[in-house]
Design a protein around this ligand. Structure first.
Ligand code: PEP
Ligand code: MN
Length: 457
């Protein structure tokens, strides 16, 4: 701590500060300049002299060390890795995707979502049981029955589960059913709750308060840590600013700022951070790119009819596409990648003859594309129904072969575009069929032969 004296401070006032420092067992180092005196204060419990700014002659007190200790990277240079029922989050671990509904609404809704997000590659299931809603008339969550449903989903699908605790008295019942205790944005300053989860043996995901500075947020984490719980995960979920185009302003710069100040793992929540479904994917990718250890994403089987936060919830297709993108960019690894060689062949007198040949080729291409989709579905049927099955290594090899293995007028970039579209469409088909299979119904959207336009003419 540095105490800057006023230029007009008297010798007695300088001595008054020195005495106050020494009386508290700290040391004072005076630096007497032409214009003013500056006093350096060192010692282990600097909080004891936090009143120095009120002493006569003092102009300013500047803190050098952070007010939080246990959360700070100075205190613990190795980054913390938090383990929650088999899933590790933090340094050296691949990005962990936490996904599930804003609120648990029914067994069917939760199980369907759990099955889907697991298959797509999520590693932790989220679901609100006690919802802190702005209006007392909004859906408040199912309460205890939802905790039991989350527990059931954990038993059935093996994913650890996270849910928000709003009442310190509920911590023991959460510990019975839930793997990670979430402290929501509205409760970041609820010190009684912070101390209660600090005494828990479960990891805590601490969301940033709606108008909390990073320092206040780290001090909230300090409450949990100092109560004895070392397993704290910080979650950036957007702060309130003057901007109204998004629900909150997702402060992604908080991620590198936190990295420089704390050893705790960091998760980004692009759902609450933006409030709009269309923005969730891009901001999730941005969160991964800026170095988050995890993402937490709201997913609902029918977002339009969700009982809370439907506008920002992804449907199954959208969540699947986002997971594909995260794998494509290698933020998430493909777990079932088995490299296999599969040959993928691509095959050209008056202008009317040439056009006829193009029409013929397009019809054959359409059939081949359908045949390819049928094979993709066969792969889907034969593999583990709970795996997402997206084999990025094989896809990449396929794209590379397509781009470089043929000669003709198309550039590698153009060929890549074609195959990229094919792969995406193929994944969409697989996803639709697996959903239909989950529901035990035949797929209504069995595609007819796709219309082929006479391209190239
Ligand atoms: C939630 O995750 O469902 C939630 C209520 O989030 P936040 O506390 O960030 O608003
Ligand atoms: Mn929500």
């Amino acid at each position: 701590m540095i105490v800057v004296m006023r230029p007009t401070a008297t010798q007695e006032e300088v001595e008054g500060v020195r005495r106050a420092v020494e009386e508290h067992g700290l040391e004072a180092f005076l630096s007497v300049g032409e214009e003013r005196t500056v006093i350096g204060v060192v010692g282990s419990d600097i909080e004891r002299v936090s009143h120095l700014g009120t002493l006569p002659g003092v102009e300013q007190v500047i803190r050098i060390s952070s007010p939080y200790k246990l959360a700070s990277i100075q205190h613990q240079p190795e980054r913390t890795r938090v383990r929650a029922n088999g899933v590790e989050l933090g340094i050296g671990q691949e990005l962990v995707v936490i996904a599930g509904p804003c609120a648990v609404e029914s067994r069917e809704q939760l199980m369907e979502t759990a099955r889907t997000v697991k298959r797509e590659g999520a590693r932790i299931l989220r679901g609100g049981a006690f919802k802190p809603r702005t209006s007392p008339y909004s859906f408040q969550g199912l309460g205890l029955p939802a905790l039991k449903l989350l527990d059931e989903a954990h038993q059935e699908f093996g994913l650890p589960v996270i849910s928000e605790v709003v009442d310190p008295a509920d911590v023991p019942i959460f510990e019975e059913h839930i793997d990670i205790l979430q402290v929501g944005a509205r409760n970041m300053h609820n010190f009684v709750l912070l101390k209660a989860v600090g005494q828990s043996r479960r990891p805590v995901l601490l969301k940033r308060g709606l108008s909390a500075t990073i320092e206040e947020w780290l001090l909230a984490a300090e409450y949990v840590l100092s109560a004895g719980n070392p397993n704290v995960i910080l979650c950036e979920r957007g702060i309130r600013t003057f901007e109204t185009a998004t629900r909150n302003t997702l402060d992604l710069s908080a991620v590198p700022v936190l990295r420089s100040r704390t050893h705790l793992p960091i998760v980004v929540d692009p759902s609450h951070g933006t409030g709009h479904r269309a923005l969730v994917g891009p901001m999730a990718l941005a969160g991964a790119a800026v170095g988050a250890d995890g993402l937490i994403i709201e997913v609902h089987p029918d977002p339009a009819n969700a009982r809370s936060d439907g506008d920002q919830s992804l449907g199954f297709e959208e969540f699947g596409a986002l997971m594909d993108e995260l794998r494509r960019l290698q933020f998430v690894r493909s777990t079932d990648a088995v490299p296999q060689a599969t040959a993928v062949p691509i095959a050209t007198d008056g202008i009317d003859d040439v056009r006829d040949r193009i029409d013929d080729l397009d019809a054959r291409l359409a059939e081949m594309v359908q045949e390819r989709a049928s094979l993709a579905l066969e792969v889907q049927r034969r593999r583990d129904p709970d795996a997402h099955g997206h084999d990025v290594r094989r896809e990449r090899a396929l794209l590379e072969r397509a781009a470089t293995g043929t000669t003709g007028p198309m550039t590698p970039a153009e060929l890549t575009m074609v195959f990229d579209a094919l792969l995406r469409a193929s994944r969409a088909v697989q996803r639709r069929h697996s959903r239909a299979a989950d529901r035990g119904k035949p797929d209504r959207a069995e595609p007819g032969r796709a219309a082929v336009s006479g391209s190239g003419r």
